[in-house]
Design a protein around this ligand. Sequence first.
Ligand code: PEP
Ligand code: MG
Length: 578
Amino acid sequence: MSIMIHGIGLGGGIAIGNAYILDKYLDDATLHFLEEDELPDEISRFEDAIYKTRLELERLRGDIPFDAPAELGAFLSLSIMMLNDSQISQAPIKIIKEEFCNAEWALKLQADRLSDQFAEMEDQYLKERKYDVIQVLERIFKNLDGNQFNWDSVGKIEYGILVTHDLSPADLIHFKNSNFSGFVTEVGSLTSHTAIVGRNLDIPSIVGASFSRQLIKDDELIIVDGVNGVLIINPDEIVLKEYKKLQQDWLHSRTKLKEIRKNETVTLDGVNVSLFANIDTVNDIVDARYNYAQGIGLFRSEFLFLANEDHLSTEDEQFETYKKLALEMKHNSVTIRTADLGVDKNPSWNLMNHNDGMNPALGLTGIRLSLAEYSFFKTQLRAILRASYYGDIQVMFPMISSSIELKQAINHLNYAMEELKDEKISFNPKIKIGAMIEVPSIAIAIKSIIPLVDFVSIGTNDLIQYLLAVDRNDESVNYLYNPLHPAVLKIIYHVIKTCDKADVPVSICGEMAGDTQMTRLLLGMGLRRFSMYSSNLLNVKNVILNTDISLIMKTVNKILKCEQIEKMDELLEELNIL
Ligand code: PEP
Ligand code: MG
């Protein structure tokens, strides 16, 4: 039977291939310490997993085909019996209580202990029973939520489409090096970092395709339509043929778009626009250059720290990366945003021993974390300054909420300059300084930082989240995340106009800049600098080349004056068909 699921398409075209369902393994369990009052919940989570495992095994036993080997029934009965054994059902609870740890970790510890006991057995037959026990523990583990998986094993897969519950931004860095031709996740929202990085991969992908792991069998043929967010499981011949054609058409239109790569980015009425690239790694430079980006508008430097499995990048490691960016981009500017860690971008190892807090998005994140971790921040600033000697490097600070914070960051930059001067190390003393405008307070009070900066860049992803009080990572409130909310447009317009008046270059580097539905509106609002992932660059350029700003202004003004959110979609459509 063929099934269709809808999710959020991250683009990248269409992939047709066999599903590789990513399961979780006991060995991948990680340790989380719990507070005493969290223990009862953790224990009931573990007991729920035992219960689910029992149901699963009983169902399997009830569904044994009549021609299956006789031992299968006996094996399943034995597995069900094991669930009653205190070594499996009680010992992990004891560990949770004694070690104050999560259930996954307790299960892993108990598995290790049991493995050791089996290893000591003399009887070969009993020794072998270890694998039966571990299999039961693995099944319990899979019925616990929130596990991480191991990329070492996944990286070896030769082909296929990855289907998994979730991928963190750090997982996607690993994904880039794998051979999968697409991916599907069960959770995810439009502007989560997973979606943003996923879009940059430019391979067919869908997030938020609920229950896909339950509906897809391992190795089953699936179609991932990343453009429309449609996942088709086990397509019939007619659908398959249709999608193969769509895949060809998509590739063809891609090729056609490439013809405008080298064209100047200028509107029909002669207004010049600059298009920059957002990158996460040095390798992304290849696409940025291929698509003739005028520079790097945002290097999310935090990915340097996410990619490392076990340590912070040293000053020299960072310097080499930044220098490479400067040299590769030749005379074009490279804007390095200092680490924007926290919330969903955290290294797998404990970076700075700060706990998550009640509400990490309002906690120690972005520049706040850097200012709290002086030596980490200084290391990064020194590396950026040293690299500035080799090209047009600019530095930009994330999550600025007041001029005080920005002044503190600039003071740290000045100290780093003093140190380098004393050490006779070369750098560009006139390095350009920028601030991300992504916290509403600083967007409104933009004038307060104008004297401190050489440029600003509007981070619409966070600006919208904080302005509308909508968690960008929470799919349950996705429907409220609306770039066309009158408050969003007014605040962006205010920033653009204020910066224009003060002659401070302003760009947008959030997802709005790469959304072709928004291009004309932003042009009409006065934006002349867009920064986006390279995969969107030619699409946006195409819209710009086909826009006459003087002809769209009437509708743009109508949109800017409109106070009714429900009318916005219609007005935008009107603007985009002009
Ligand atoms: C933004 O918030 O718009 C932005 C560009 O930064 P990030 O998506 O990395 O938070
Ligand atoms: Mg941001």
